[in-house]
Design a binder for this molecule. Structure first.
Ligand SMILES: [Zn+2]
Length: 316
């Protein structure tokens, strides 16, 4: 099927760069969140390797600039810094000889947990038929069936996502107190795992310290998040970070043009968003688009990647 992507993604000056984005790679699919497991990850990866030339993101950015990308160029990235990336994904990447980039929110290393995971694990572990959160204005939810738990989770994430950092932290803290279950503290990587990925030849990229939506915090805080997130990872791996991923990553919604400047000022050489599309030579290197095909058959997967190459790219 290589011929199909080649038509839309030739080598050289007209090349297009597809960057695939992953978060967790679980040993088994998660029915509550709908996240696929290792089998689905491995399948997608083999479709990618069969049909595309997968290269490290920093090399791809250089070659995009100089117009020397191979045909069907693609990169693989992981966001947030989940421990399963090191435990589950790394051996599969190594088996395929792939260098991926891991964008890590370094404030959660060594036992931290992102707020959305606190909500997910709380809804997963809540006992009984109802989850009554009316005391903190988050509703009273039926949780008897899996579907009801899924709907509850989606409602809670939707309500909490764009709250201010302080309000959200307080609500999430209270939520976990109401659930009164022991939540996992091993979801995110340890510093040793970051080092392990780096020593295995993988790329480490910045993703702020605590994963705030940059557009919703003030400029001084955003600058600190970007710079300190970077410094902490550099102290672990002992080498400068070149790449950055905006938390959540929707242009104009999650980050603004001021944040693009901050990322440049912090010394990064390129950055990725979560806008769909494939980058071209004239694309903004500080707002490279990313995409994840979800199809379970190879030809549909490839077709989805080709459709994505034809997307108009959103930037700020
Ligand atoms: Zn993220």
């Amino acid at each position: 099927m290589k011929i199909l992507p080649s038509l839309f993604s030739p080598a050289g000056k007209n090349a297009k760069l597809s960057i695939v984005i992953y978060h967790r790679v679980l040993p088994e699919p998660d029915l509550l969140t709908g996240e696929g497991g290792i089998a689905q990850f491995e399948k997608g990866l083999s479709y990618l390797v069969n049909n595309f030339n997968v290269l490290p993101l920093s090399e791809a950015v250089n070659r995009l600039r100089s117009g020397t990308l191979p045909a069907r160029a693609a990169c693989i990235t992981f966001d947030d810094g989940y421990a399963d990336n090191a435990e589950t994904a790394l051996p599969i990447l190594q088996k395929h000889g792939i260098t991926a980039t891991f964008f890590i929110a370094s404030g959660f290393l060594d036992g931290g947990r992102m707020w959305n995971d606190t909500v997910i694990e709380s809804v997963r572990l809540a006992r009984g038929d109802r989850l009554d959160l009316s005391s903190i204005d988050l509703g009273n939810h039926a949780i008897t069936t899996l579907e009801q738990r899924q709907a509850t989770l989606n409602r809670l994430i939707g309500k909490l996502k764009y709250q201010s950092h302080a309000t959200r932290s307080e609500l999430v803290e209270k939520l976990s107190t109401i659930i009164a279950a022991r939540l996992p503290d091993n979801l995110m990587m340890t510093s040793a795992q970051v080092k392990q990925l780096h020593e295995a030849g993988m790329e480490i990229g910045g993703h702020t310290l605590t994963h705030p939506i940059l557009a919703s915090i003030d400029d001084a805080a955003a600058r600190t998040e970007i710079a300190e997130g970077k410094a902490k990872l550099e102290a672990i791996i002992g080498t400068p970070l070149r790449l950055f991923a905006y938390p959540n990553g929707k242009p104009g919604k999650d980050y603004l043009s001021a944040h693009v400047e901050m990322v440049k000022d912090a010394g990064f050489e390129a950055a990725v968003s979560t806008a769909w599309g494939a980058a071209r030579q004239d694309s903004d290197k500080f707002q490279l688009p990313r995409f994840t095909p979800w199809d379970k058959s190879e030809w549909r997967y490839v077709l989805r990647m080709v459709q994505n190459m034809r997307q108009r790219i959103q930037t700020v």
